[in-house]
Design a protein around this ligand. Structure first.
Ligand code: CU
Length: 181
């Protein structure tokens, strides 16, 4: 073997080693950068609603009244700052939620006491019925797969003049829309 040939062989060998090293590095980089996709599921979306007395009208009001949530499971939290109200004609069965329950201040119920039902959150087309006791925090989950716009409403005779009062008859207070996308 001539000296020049020997040198060429060395050069080819070095080049091959370099190529192998680059391939090994690329494979490891791909693996550490989520090569095989093992990402955690994001978990359910959250929607936060509050019920407060509107300072101008004096009527209780859900906020936001019109909102958008993603399709699939969504966890709702309703913080109700309104006063407790006894609603003796309420059967108060939780309906249409994941598991058929809601939590009131952290305790799970399938039937809520009618001794305190300041408001409800109802979507008749989904058979959803959730009670919101005054001065409490309610959580529940819904799982709506069908995109669309759903009308929600409170069915408690809340606010001044009950069923015929402004809060119940004016959209944006005790009724609104939930858009599922
Ligand atoms: Cu209400």
């Amino acid at each position: 073997m001539k000296y020049q040939e020997y040198n060429n062989l060395i050069a080819v060998g070095v080049a091959l080693v370099a190529v192998v090293l680059v391939l090994v590095w690329a494979t490891m980089a791909a693996a550490s950068n989520g090569g095989p996709t093992t990402t955690q599921p994001a978990g359910p979306a959250h929607m936060y609603l509050t019920i407060q007395i509107n300072p101008v009208t004096g009527w209780p009001q859900y906020s936001p009244a019109n909102f958008t949530v993603p399709a699939g499971e969504v966890v709702f939290t309703i913080v109700d700052y309104d006063s407790p109200m006894n609603w003796t004609s309420c059967t108060c069965n939780v309906n249409g939620t994941v598991g058929g329950t809601e939590t009131v201040n952290g305790t799970s119920y399938s039937v809520v006491s009618n001794a305190n039902v300041a408001h409800t959150f109802d979507i008749p087309s989904l058979h959803l019925n959730v009670m919101s006791p005054g001065m409490s925090t309610v959580t529940f989950a819904v799982d709506v797969t069908q995109a669309g716009t759903y009308t929600w409403m409170c069915v408690t005779p809340c606010g001044t003049n009950g069923y015929t009062g402004g809060a119940m008859s004016t959209p944006g207070y005790m009724s609104g829309t939930m858009t599922v996308v």
